[in-house]
Design a protein around this ligand. Structure first.
Ligand code: CAA
Length: 255
């Protein structure tokens, strides 16, 4: 994708060897997200160069992302894009459209990459879901997570519900979503929503350390291990150990 298209969608992409950094770049709107941004994110996933092993997702300015651009709820919709959902759409059309929006989030789980969300300030609604779509989350100590959708009469539909339940369990996920409360950095760490919290000034150094550690591991082993771990929650022990045998045989025979 050319830089101008990305800029129009409120994104920046920097690729440095095996590390791609995607920056939500609408700081004046606290990196509010739009359908155009979700389509551009999906295109980044589709066109990622083969050698990229790490994808970092971060926000410009004080907030990671304030969620869906609230202009989407006005009759005029988002300038240059219109409404997120055209009036009169039927269930089939809505299903197709939301699936298209979700594609901006799903690719971050691909085994070929490890994705890292770097969260400063607010991660609200679609912002929280985007962070949850990444494999790992590093947060500054001012990070604030809130699943705001139910307060707007909606549900979180941008692939965030599964990772949230996987991280904190059903009861805590329900409590967080239905009270629409804000989870601060320390609690997010204790609950397993984020893996690391650091003072804001140390965020870049913590990210650099994490990326360096991840890149030390053999690329093929990293892919196979992620693929293996991703299947664990849905498998019985016997199913999972069969997958372990398969992946290990692949590693041994492929060497
Ligand atoms: N959409 C559009 N503009 C937004 C925005 C959003 N989601 N969030 C912030 N902005 C704009 C503000 O309107 C403001 O614009 P002006 O300078 O023109 O007034 C600018 O960004 C800066 O915002 P604040 O002055 O409010 O900045 P802050 O740092 O004091 O507060 C904030 C930040 C807590 C994120 C606050 O802006 C806020 O609560 N924003 C709304 C969050 C929200 O409700 N998001 C929707 C969640 S639901 C969802 O994402 C998914 C879904 O599918 C429905």
């Amino acid at each position: 994708m050319v830089d101008q298209e990305l800029a129009r969608a409120g994104l920046r992409l920097d690729i440095d060897g095996s590390v791609a950094t995607v920056t939500l770049n609408r700081p004046e709107r606290r990196n509010a997200q739009t359908p155009g941004m979700w389509r551009a994110l999906a295109r980044i996933g589709d066109t990622l160069p083969e050698g990229v092993r790490i994808v970092v997702l971060r926000g410009e300015g004080p907030s990671f992302s304030a969620g869906l651009d609230l202009a989407a709820f006005t009759p005029e919709g988002i300038p240059g894009e219109g409404p997120a959902f055209a009036p009169g759409m039927g269930p089939g059309e809505l299903d197709v459209l939301i699936d298209e929006y979700q594609q901006g989030f799903t690719w971050l789980r691909r085994p070929e990459i490890t994705s890292i969300a770097v969260v400063r300030g607010h991660a609200i609604g679609a912002g929280f879901q985007l962070a949850l779509s990444c494999d790992l989350r590093i947060a500054a100590d001012d990070a604030k997570f809130c699943m705001k959708e139910p307060a707007l009469g909606l549900v979180p539909d941008l692939t965030g519900t599964k990772p949230l339940v996987d991280a904190v369990g059903l009861a805590r996920a329900l409590e967080i979503c239905l009270t629409v409360r804000t989870v601060l950095a320390d609690e997010a760490l204790a609950l397993g929503i984020v893996q690391t919290t650091v003072p804001e000034d140390d965020l870049d150094a913590a990210l650099a350390d994490l990326v360096a550690s991840l890149l030390k591991v053999d690329a093929g082993a990293a892919i196979a291990t992620k693929r293996l771990l991703q299947q664990a929650p849905g498998n019985t022990l016997d199913e999972q150990r069969a997958v372990e045998r398969r992946e290990q045989s692949g590693r041994i025979l492929g060497r």
